[in-house]
Ligand binder design. Structure first.
Ligand SMILES: *Cc1c(COP(=O)(O)O)cnc(C)c1O
Length: 416
């Protein structure tokens, strides 16, 4: 078995996770957290109601704000990550939009990379920008450039830990030094390597956003998103957060929970929290198997003559190998890309596959394949695709639970 352990070994992950106590003892001794499919909660007296609604007791009032099943899911994530506050939302995009709406303000700016998940890019340049937030792009692999882009009006530095499909890895420790020296928080989308295997906070990340839709949901059962706040950053420039400095431990978490997520109304539902809580239980076991298969497949695909180049940051010849190894260990995720000669070759190849499924999404139990330029980035202009380095010749593969032999056999027969 490959050694994935960093600080928190696999036994600790599962032991910690499975030992998360329930907030209240269940009257029936239920071993699994029940699904509290209720919208509202009843009170014995008007006084109790007042205390709950004014936030003095922590009792649930309405499931757009909190729900026991979702809270247990959040508690589990909090326990395994060591975070200060965790918020579960109903998609990865909800996690990203809630985070940025908590941080940004009209007249402020956000420093980020052009290499972003398609909807994150669109949210930044269209939605957020329409509310007066300037979006500044820089090369995150060049910390000097990131530093220069930050000024007094910057609300944060945002990046993805392994960009997709470019597979670029920035040095998080360096970027966090740059961000903190300039007085801004580092926000990372860590969807590509789950927190059971990668500790973002050790590299200076202040707020982690995760599309739990991907690895965590377990078998692509549901959409979900997480905002994981380590509560370490407190010098926010955001006017609404500045006003809270000194009064609460994490101004970010406080504003997110007391204002923004309630107003945006994208809280996770109890059914999804139940499914994703089960997903958390098998997360590391699935990740180890899928990431090990991905690495072995990446090595084997390199020798196929029809494949121009294989892009996986766990390969020694990859330009990001060293920084990737430092941050993620030997197994940087279960997704790789490879290039064929032309778009036509890519389409022919995709159409001949028998086992690997043509679908978007990442980290399903099934292996999934897609041609990003014509799908996820299909409505972008050619120039936009070029500046984002999304190539017509690139294919993205998310490796599932099938064996390397079965996957390789399918790929070989489809390459012709
Ligand atoms: C899928 C994904 C998202 C968005 O998640 P949804 O649940 O689809 O909204 C954001 N970031 C990354 C890196 C993703 O892969």
């Amino acid at each position: 078995m490959p050694n994935f352990s960093k600080e928190m070994n696999e036994k600790e992950y599962e032991a910690k996770l499975l030992g998360t106590p329930y907030p209240k003892q269940d009257p029936y001794g239920a071993l699994s957290m029940p699904v509290y499919r209720t919208l509202a909660y009843e009170f014995s007296t008007a006084e109790d109601m007042e205390a709950a609604f004014c936030g003095r007791t922590g009792e649930h009032t309405y499931s757009r704000i909190t729900n026991p099943t979702v809270q247990h899911f959040e508690e589990r994530v909090k326990r395994v990550t060591g975070a200060y506050g965790v918020t579960a939302l109903n998609s990865g995009m909800a996690a990203i939009s809630n985070t940025l709406i908590t941080l940004a303000w009209s007249g402020g700016n956000l420093v980020t990379s052009r290499h972003l998940f398609g909807n994150t890019y669109s949210f930044f340049v269209s939605t957020l920008n329409a509310f007066g937030v300037e979006v500044r792009f820089c090369d995150m692999t060049n910390p000097g450039e990131a530093s220069e882009a930050i000024d007094e009006q910057t609300c944060g530095l945002f990046l993805e830990i392994i960009t997709n499909p470019q597979m670029e890895v920035a040095d998080l420790a360096q970027l966090s030094e740059v961000a903190h020296a300039k007085g801004v928080p580092l926000i990372a989308d860590t969807t590509i390597v789950p927190f059971s295997a990668f500790h973002a906070v050790d590299f200076g990340v202040d707020v982690e956003v995760v599309a739990s839709t991907k690895y965590i949901s377990g078998g692509a059962t549901s959409l979900g998103g997480l905002i994981i706040d380590y509560g370490r950053f407190d010098r926010y420039r955001t006017p609404a957060l500045k006003a809270l400095a000194g009064a609460v431990q994490s101004p970010f978490h406080f504003r997110l929970r007391k204002e923004v997520h309630r107003n945006l109304g994208a809280y996770m539902t109890s059914d999804v929290a139940y499914l994703q809580s089960l997903g958390l239980e098998t997360l590391q076991a699935r990740f180890e198997r899928q990431a090990a298969a991905c690495k072995e497949l990446a090595e084997k695909l390199q020798s196929l003559p029809q494949i121009q180049v294989v892009n996986y940051t766990g390969l020694q010849e990859n330009p990001f190998y060293e920084v990737s190894k430092k941050q993620f260990g030997e197994y940087p995720g279960a997704m790789l890309t490879f290039d064929l000669e032309s778009k036509e070759q890519c389409f022919g190849f995709l159409n001949r596959l028998k086992l690997i499924r043509r679908a978007t999404n990442l980290f399903d139990n099934r292996s999934l394949i897609i041609h990003p330029a014509s799908t996820i980035f299909g409505t972008f202009t050619a120039l936009q695709r070029e500046t984002m380095n999304v190539k017509e010749t690139t294919i993205r593969l998310s490796v599932g639970l099938e064996s390397v032999d079965s996957l390789l056999e399918d790929i070989r027969q489809a390459l012709v």
